[in-house]
Design a protein around this ligand. Structure first.
Ligand code: AMP
Ligand code: ZN
Ligand code: FE
Ligand code: FE
Length: 278
């Protein structure tokens, strides 16, 4: 069988349900040659996995999925092959974590003002090792029986535009791409067919984008093909992955996207080319 990789996986260090250790087991079971743990705004899962791997295990590619916002809307930018010990990266992620905590705290405060008894500790408990997000506020509300279910929490309180909703203070795509480059990595637009992100490829290329994720479970075959053509047109690399979260069938399973090892080889070639020209 041809060598395959999966460059988009989530763990319990963001909103995935599988620990880094379990992800490694799945990766081995599927006989993947290489994989990237791309948690949202955190490399904790990557670091944990790195410590667990031995010499003959599949190759772990440094990865990360950054949430970005700008006046043109939200999008996700994947970072690959960066230096995990980069100070620029560490301080940016730390700032991100602080902003996420402040936002979670603000939502709890609003809920309290509406008479709902929930504490920030409840939210932290729901988050576990993950960066605080709305899913954890929703889970805390459901556990406290302040709402009948997780989804009701969004409908009633924290869904976009609902009374206890506080918008994210994300990095802009420009900030994210610059930070990734400072850390020596490649910036790749995640799932371009989600939320019309593909309409912004040219704008992002202007900011230094290196690649686009062509293969993703939310992309139809024709869309994958078209994205590969787009990548060639803008001289970008193309990547792919399952975006596995371990939650039902929302996204793929580990290795579900047939991503050839050549993809990773091209990414590595691009990194060395960029480092050489600095
Ligand atoms: P955050 O990044 O903290 O704003 O949380 C966004 C996440 O909340 C999304 O990825 C979804 O998992 C979840 N979410 C957002 N809106 C809804 C909704 N209306 N119903 C259920 N889950 C939602
Ligand atoms: Zn996610
Ligand atoms: Fe994403
Ligand atoms: Fe993802």
């Amino acid at each position: 069988m041809a060598s395959r990789v999966d460059l988009h996986l989530h763990t319990t260090c963001s909103d995935g349900l599988k620990s880094p250790e379990d992800i490694i087991k799945e990766v081995k079971r599927k006989n993947l040659t290489a994989f990237a743990i791309t948690d949202h705004d955190s490399i904790k899962g990557f670091l944990e996995a790195r410590d667990l791997l031995g010499e003959n295990d599949p190759e772990l590619v440094p990865g990360l999925e950054l949430s970005c916002s700008s006046v043109n809307g939200d999008l996700h930018i994947l970072a690959y092959l960066f230096d995990p010990d980069s100070e620029a990266l560490k301080s940016a992620l730390e700032e991100f974590r602080i902003r996420r905590n402040q936002r979670g705290y603000s939502m709890v405060k609003r809920l309290n003002e509406m008479g709902i008894e929930i504490s920030y500790e409840d939210v932290l408990e729901a988050a576990g090792t993950a960066a605080v997000g709305r899913p954890h506020v929703a889970e805390a509300l459901a556990r406290r029986k302040a709402v009948p279910s997780y989804n009701d929490a969004f409908q009633k309180y924290i869904g976009d535009g609902r009374p206890a909703y506080v918008p994210k203070q994300n990095f802009t795509p420009r900030e994210a791409i610059n930070m990734i480059h400072k850390a020596g990595g490649l910036a790749v637009l995640a799932h371009p067919m989600v939320s019309y992100a593909h309409e912004r490829i040219e704008e992002l290329v202007g900011l230094g984008l290196d690649g686009i994720e062509a293969l993703h479970p939310d992309h139809k075959q024709a869309e994958c093909d078209r994205l590969k053509v787009t990548a060639r047109r803008f001289r970008l690399v193309w990547t792919g992955g399952s975006d596995y979260h371990g939650r039902g069938n929302r996204t793929g399973s580990v290795g579900s996207e047939k991503v050839p090892i050549d993809c990773l080889d091209e990414m590595k070639a691009r990194v060395s080319q960029k480092r050489g020209s600095d």
